[in-house]
Design a protein around this ligand. Structure first.
Ligand SMILES: C[S@@+](CC[C@H](N)C(=O)[O-])C[C@H]1O[C@@H](n2cnc3c(N)ncnc32)[C@H](O)[C@@H]1O
Length: 244
């Protein structure tokens, strides 16, 4: 890619992409409801996304963990440490649906490059404010990277939001090097979430889908991943899988 004044030009095909505040925009599709509402929500919540109040909703309401405020940042640190352990010095990282970069900016000192992809401008602008990681506006199901580009692909608190998870997983698989690792954090269809009424009230209107442990495993296998390993924290699942 070559940077022109307000555009980024693909050196291979000549296609140009607009740069907004220095962030290339690869997404030109119009959202339809309920996606419009979802991105409006993420734009609006970017400012306070990392606050304990907001993180508490993610862990305590959706994840059913019932943690006191101080334990919430500890859990975030715990997941960040797991990520650091999975990364070798000098490796390349892609954070899909990066939000504010909460989980990937801590990898900057160890990785050779960290890229964050998201669709929400609000989130991307916050990520830019917080760190110097490379940012791109694109959809998780159409990643603007060459095959075999990254050693680690991470995707936290977003798998349940995608319209077509199989397509997203195929993209993640494509951009990983052989032996590269996918790391995810998402929600399980367990406890209260098993109740039809609970799903109809909180998940269905937003187009959100929670998973069973086996369903995730099957989707990963179908997309070419092996060695699915996971740890469960109530309705929260942290997992890794390797590109075969
Ligand atoms: C709950 S936030 C998680 C942010 C970050 N990964 C974290 O854990 O802090 C979900 C993010 O997914 C992004 N997102 C949802 N669907 C997406 C898609 N199809 N492509 C790229 N980003 C997407 C949203 O814009 C939002 O920033």
């Amino acid at each position: 890619m070559e940077t022109l004044k307000n555009n980024l030009e693909c050196a291979d095909c000549g296609q140009q992409y607009p740069l907004r505040d220095g962030i290339p925009d690869f997404h030109d599709e119009i959202f339809e409801s309920p996606r419009v509402e979802m991105y409006q929500f993420f734009d609006a919540s970017a400012e306070n996304y990392e606050s304990e109040e907001h993180q508490s909703v993610l862990y305590n309401f959706y994840g059913q963990l019932n943690l006191p405020d101080e334990a919430i940042s500890e859990l975030n640190l715990y997941f960040q440490d797991l990520l650091l352990d999975l990364l070798l010095p000098g490796e390349r990282v892609l954070d899909v649906a990066c939000g504010t970069g909460l989980f990937s900016r801590g990898l900057l000192y160890k990785a050779s490059e960290v890229y964050g992809v998201d669709l929400s401008w609000g989130m991307l602008h916050k990520a830019r404010e917080y760190s110097s990681m490379n940012l791109v506006r694109a959809s998780a199901d159409k990643l603007p990277f060459k095959d075999d580009s990254f050693h680690l692909v991470i995707c936290f608190v977003a798998f349940h939001l995608f319209d077509d998870l199989e397509k997203v997983l195929r993209e993640m698989h494509r951009v990983l090097v052989k032996g590269g690792v996918l790391v995810g954090l998402t929600y399980l269809l367990t406890g209260e979430w098993e109740k039809e009424e609970h799903q109809q009230t909180y998940l269905d209107p937003q187009g959100i889908h929670f998973f069973t442990v086996d369903e995730l495993g099957e989707l990963l296998e179908k997309s070419g991943f092996i060695d699915y390993q996971h740890q469960e924290h109530q309705a929260l699942i942290f997992f890794t899988a390797e590109k075969d």
